[in-house]
Design a binder for this molecule. Structure first.
Ligand code: SF4
Length: 109
């Protein structure tokens, strides 16, 4: 699996946001941290493991938390942003609110 550059990961997040109708966090330093985390995870695991979660040890076990995770849609609908707050709804972005800690939907870990 070829390594990803930060720039490739940025483009990936932009593509996901566009496809899903989400916005990326407006906090640039925070965004850079998350993109760095995603890039590190790709280069370590071979997939975009969520930068806010730990690996369960395999791609199969982590399938629910490969970005964009299966919980993102529900979290964005309910709280305005995903667990990491990388992605948010257009409404949340327009509100200027700061993301807050939200409950982890991932069960059993
Ligand atoms: S919480 Fe956000 S950053 Fe983490 S995998 Fe889900 S969508 Fe990606």
């Amino acid at each position: 699996m070829a390594d990803k550059t930060i720039d490739q990961t940025r483009k990936f997040t932009e593509m996901v946001a566009k496809k899903q109708g989400w916005e990326l966090t407006a906090d640039e330093a925070f965004y850079d941290d998350l993109v760095t985390g995603l890039t590190t995870n790709w280069n370590r695991h071979g997939y975009f493991l969520c930068p806010c979660r730990d690996s369960e040890g395999s791609r199969e076990a982590d399938a629910d938390v490969i970005c964009p995770c299966v919980y993102a849609k529900a979290d964005i609908e309910e709280f305005g942003h995903c667990f990491c707050a990388l992605y948010c709804s257009k409404g949340f972005a327009a509100s200027g609110k700061k993301p807050t800690g939200i409950p982890e939907r991932r069960g059993g870990s």
